[in-house]
Design a protein around this ligand. Structure first.
Ligand code: ZN
Length: 302
């Protein structure tokens, strides 16, 4: 099962005790899984996940005392509400009585409390949301068919201090969040607590792996630094050799030059151990710098 499906299954099990939260959840189901068929004055809700439709039927029964029949809709499941009293009541409580919209805007009264905002976002996610497996990437999104609806959803999310963005994808407006920390907050708001813990665990593993990669890259960079310094020193010594000859150097420097030519890949510390008598890292550094300086001066003389 995908991470997204796990999250949705967990959310479907959350039960709201307050009537206002039940209305907010139902409003989200109607807005995201349903539409108002204005020609026939009826409400239709369709979902791929039968559990969503079962939950909708349950909510309508609790709120209005009306039991809707679940019907097949081209391989999916849905309900068709045609009873005028039921349709009127539903439009009143979930859309502030506003008809005439295929996709109704979010009624501000329905999401006036924080608890109801959370229930609405949970419902919207169950119908139209998805979240990537955090071991792959950080991405949570809601698909909206209208821009105004996407904008309203984005504002609802930002009321929790979360920075969502909107992009257009294949005629849909997608409200998305890309930051790991904010996805965790969002899962918390939508009451997906088990998914949140799993997300956090995978996120820790991923960050740890990234840190290890960074350390490995850093060590590789250090190796490159040693190699390139060695190459530069060898070039300098060879230049001295072919111009004035190593015999021109003091005993200390001549010995240093010969060892460096022999071992171009060794670190300063290792080079120091090869010298007779052995010299510390800073002594080696000093001698190599002097050799480079001599080469520079010789080049300057020409
Ligand atoms: Zn509420």
């Amino acid at each position: 099962m995908s991470f997204s499906s796990e999250v949705k299954n967990e959310m479907l099990k959350v039960s709201d005790s307050a009537r206002h939260c039940k209305i907010a959840l139902l409003a989200a189901f109607i807005n995201f899984c349903g539409f108002y068929d204005s020609a026939n004055d009826r409400l239709i809700l369709i979902a791929e996940n039968t559990a969503v439709i079962e939950r909708t039927v349950g909510l309508i029964e609790e709120l209005l005392g009306f039991r809707a029949e679940i019907l097949p809709f081209e391989g999916r499941r849905g309900i068709r509400l045609e009873d005028k009293t039921v349709v009127d009541k539903l439009i009143n409580i979930t859309m502030g009585g506003r008809r005439g919209y295929d996709i109704p805007p979010i009624d501000p009264l329905v999401v006036s409390s924080v608890c109801c905002k959370r229930a609405y976002l949970r419902g919207a996610f169950i119908c139209s949301g998805s979240v990537s497996d955090p071991s792959k990437q950080y991405h949570l999104e809601f698909t909206n068919s209208g821009y105004e609806h996407a904008e309203a959803l984005k504002n609802l999310i930002s009321s929790f201090g979360i920075d969502a963005k909107i992009i257009m994808r294949k005629k849909h407006y997608v409200v998305y969040i890309k930051e790991g920390e904010q996805i965790v907050d969002m899962l918390n708001i939508m009451s997906a607590h088990r998914a949140l813990l799993e997300f956090e665990n995978l996120r820790v593993v991923k960050d740890l792996r990234n840190n290890l990669n960074r350390i490995v890259n850093c060590e590789t960079a250090n190796i490159n630094k040693v190699v390139s310094a060695g190459v530069r020193q060898v070039e300098a010594i060879e230049y001295i050799q072919k111009t004035v000859g190593l015999g021109h150097l003091s005993e200390n420097l001549r010995q240093m030059a010969k060892i460096r030519l022999e071992y171009p890949d060794l670190s300063m510390k290792e080079l120091g151990e090869k010298l007779d008598p052995p010299v510390g890292k800073s002594g080696v550094n000093h001698r190599l710098k002097k050799l480079c300086l001599i080469a520079e001066n010789l080049k300057g003389d020409q």
